[in-house]
Design a protein around this ligand. Sequence first.
Ligand code: CA
Length: 285
Amino acid sequence: MYGVVISEARPIGHYGGAMVRLTRTFVAALAIVCLLAAACGNDDDAAPEEPETTEAPETTDEPDTTDEPEATEAPEPTEATDEQASGECPDVPLPDDAEDALEAPVDYDGDGDGTPDTLTVYRQGTDWWLHADWSGGGSAAVMIDDAGSMGARPLGGHDLLGDGSDEAWIAIFGPAAGSIVGVYHAVDCDLVPLTDLGSGGDFRFTVTATLGNFTGASCNGLGDIDLFTGELAGADSDEYLVSQQPHTVDASGDVTGEMGDAGSITGDEVGDYATLDCGALADAL
Ligand SMILES: [Ca+2]
């Protein structure tokens, strides 16, 4: 799946409480992350050609410009931190025809004032929306792309960057036995998805567990998040081959994937990796 060539395994580290035996060999093809289930689906064997595509996306980050129009309504550029919502944001109430509204089970403090805010996902027609109502004042809503036919729900807040304000985490129902996770941060008075610089699209990843395969993530504070992908080493094996792909998130919400490690775990350790190990969010997924 991820083009890993493994030689000589050796134990070198703990992740999520489990020992991983990592190889000395470089992971040749960790460049492209399997963010979406569709991308991860047909991966029977290694595809060593894929690493080259890492250079491809020359910051065609035009999609961000879609946010610009709304920014015009936010008069004062809050120079404090571009990450936090201003206390002078306008109120954007839930629309009258909002349906299936669900509030996040885990506390979310998106404006960083120490008081939990209200994070809601609702459906309007065939579209799903994420809505934040900040305790410091103001609210915002953003459409959750690609959630239409599958639906979505809010998970809650977790401060991925360690800057004092929570990002808003949501789950899109999709892949078998799991979810697609999306992360949004408050920029001025808008909710904006984190951007995967590798793909140019929203930063998304899956948390899944099926017989023989799994994916998951672990937050390590200060903008570091590891994504894991594992598959059973063989039909009669209790060993799972695991790739660990570190990602860093900067203050502007841009996510960069880095070269990672490969290793192996036993079947009874899968639960430590096939989860969203980011504060209290693991219990919400
Ligand atoms: Ca708050």
